[in-house]
Design a protein around this ligand. Structure first.
Ligand code: SAH
Length: 482
């Protein structure tokens, strides 16, 4: 097999990254933009020792699960990978991915018997409350998905564009809107482009490190209808920021009228300074341009203050459903002592605190713990206590010092790499009645479950949640018992 060879293949399955998998003479070929069930003509683009990558040239027979992507740049943009697959099939692929890991890595026979439910979104679009658009300039305006005539107001030759990077590169795909984000983004993109073009605001160039405007970040409180717009710039000296605020206000008014969303508010306009030549989007300093420097939102009935830098779940509707499941699995009656490990800004801890006697949270990022404490105070919650440090160290010490007292419920919600073995050993020694494992990576979940089950814990049931439709990311909530 060589680069540029053409083959006809049938797509049999999908990788964890959303690439279709087919075979040529027994060798696996991964092809973007294909769906299981497709028969496709593909061109080989890269050959490795035991596998290859191909590009979809022509669809010969379309899979029954194919749909027309709702986004005009679905194929170019590096964001969504599953736009061309029906949502039903997407949920099936995600659920199968979890079951396969539990079986293959976790050694759990017929995992389906433990599956309680697969919880997709009511509407797999418009779910993200946070967007980060890189900014660039184009000599000839070329904006996908634009309405006719909408660009006629610009007389400049080169034009500012906002968009997303194409997969695995930093080449920018200009966009007018993003269907997984809030509708207001379209108006914000428009406002920033008008401002930058009219006032000749320079755009940051990654190659030279020159130019001002780097990124535009938007955050929306879905429950409160509050909007934050943050421009990320390479230097504090930004001219005409008052004009930016005015243009944003104008466009938000347009959004409110056109989308009949009268109670929506532009609450916060801030400017973040990032002077570093790095891929990190935000710098450390944020300056208020208008309104306040945070927005408010709720998950369930817990209130959060969210600033430009705070961590906050990006899909608040599904998150509150998922936490509802954690709550159900926790089976709290008001007498329990609970540990929430990897607690972030304390979302799960605060959620559970209302039904427990005492909740302890632990998190490695000091700023997140400080936010968690502020969030507890904001909600007048007094029965939670947060610790900064590695869960494996903090909890293990606490367990020793507390004389190995009884813990009713343990929740873990680790990052992709899963839990540290030292922490799992401590949890086993704590003998909680129930353990709830919230996972964003089925492979490390399965590895950790195998470890726990081999040491006497039982898998009772699990549920699969879709928090990130149109990508292969999947969340799993497991209930284990002693
Ligand atoms: N439960 C939280 C967020 C979980 S994300 C929520 O629902 O919002 C995983 C968190 O684990 C991150 O905040 C990360 O900073 C933290 N983390 C990573 N390694 C850790 C460790 N060894 N000990 C404690 N926290 C850790």
């Amino acid at each position: 097999m060589e680069k540029n060879d053409i083959f006809n293949i049938r797509i049999e399955d999908m990788t964890d990254e959303g690439l279709g998998i087919g075979h040529v003479d027994g060798m696996a070929v991964f092809v973007k933009d294909t769906a299981p069930g497709d028969v496709a003509e593909i061109r080989i683009v890269k050959v490795k020792r035991s596998y290859a990558f191909g590009r979809l040239e022509k669809l010969i027979e379309a899979s029954a699960d194919r749909v027309e992507p709702s986004c005009p740049v679905a194929r170019q943009c590096g964001g969504c990978t599953l736009q061309h697959i029906s949502y039903e099939k997407e949920l099936e692929l995600k659920s199968d991915r979890v079951a396969n890991c539990l079986k293959r890595i976790g050694g759990i026979d017929s995992p389906e018997q433990y599956l309680e439910g697969v919880y997709g979104m009511d509407e797999p679009e418009r779910y993200r409350n946070k967007m980060q658009f890189p900014v660039s300039r184009r000599d000839r305006p070329e904006v996908y998905g634009s309405e006719k005539g909408s660009m006629s107001v610009f007389s400049c030759k080169s034009r500012t564009v906002l968009g997303f990077y194409a997969g695995r590169t930093h080449s920018l795909i200009p966009i007018k809107d993003c269907i997984i984000g809030h509708r207001v983004n379209k108006y914000i993109i428009d406002a920033v482009i008008r401002w930058a073009d009219n006032y000749k605001i320079s755009v940051y160039d990654e190659k030279t490190g020159e130019g001002l405007l780097r990124h535009v970040l938007t955050r929306v409180g879905f429950k409160t209808g509050q909007l934050m717009v943050c421009i990320v710039v390479s230097n504090k000296k930004v001219p005409y920021t008052d004009k930016l605020v005015a243009e944003l206000s104008r466009q938000v008014d347009r959004y409110k009228a056109e989308c009949s969303d009268e109670s929506f508010r532009l609450r916060s306009v801030v400017m973040n300074i990032n002077k570093e030549r790095t891929n990190k989007i935000l710098g450390n300093e944020t300056i208020l341009l208008n309104g306040q420097d945070y927005i408010t939102d709720y998950i369930g009935d817990i209130k959060f203050h969210i600033s430009a830098q705070s961590f906050y779940q990006v899909n608040p509707w599904q998150t509150s459903r998922l936490y509802g499941k954690v709550m159900e699995y926790a089976g709290l009656t008001g007498k329990e002592t609970v540990w929430d490990m990897y607690c972030g800004i304390g979302t799960i801890s605060l959620f559970l605190s209302k039904a427990a006697r005492k909740v302890y949270g632990v998190e490695i990022v000091p700023q997140a713990v400080s936010d968690a404490r502020d969030n507890a105070a904001l909600n007048d919650i007094e029965n939670v206590e947060f610790f900064v440090g590695k869960a494996e160290d903090v909890v293990t010490n606490w367990h020793e010092v507390s004389g190995k007292g009884h813990i009713d419920v343990v929740v873990v919600d680790p990052p992709r790499k899963g839990c540290d073995e030292k922490l799992l050993d401590t949890i086993i020694d704590m003998k909680p009645d129930r353990m709830i494992y919230v996972s964003c990576d089925p492979a490390t979940l399965a590895r950790d479950l195998k470890y726990l089950i081999a040491r006497g814990m039982n898998l009772e049931k699990y549920s699969v949640y879709d928090q990130f439709s149109r990508s292969m990311h999947v969340e799993t909530v497991c209930l284990l018992s002693k």
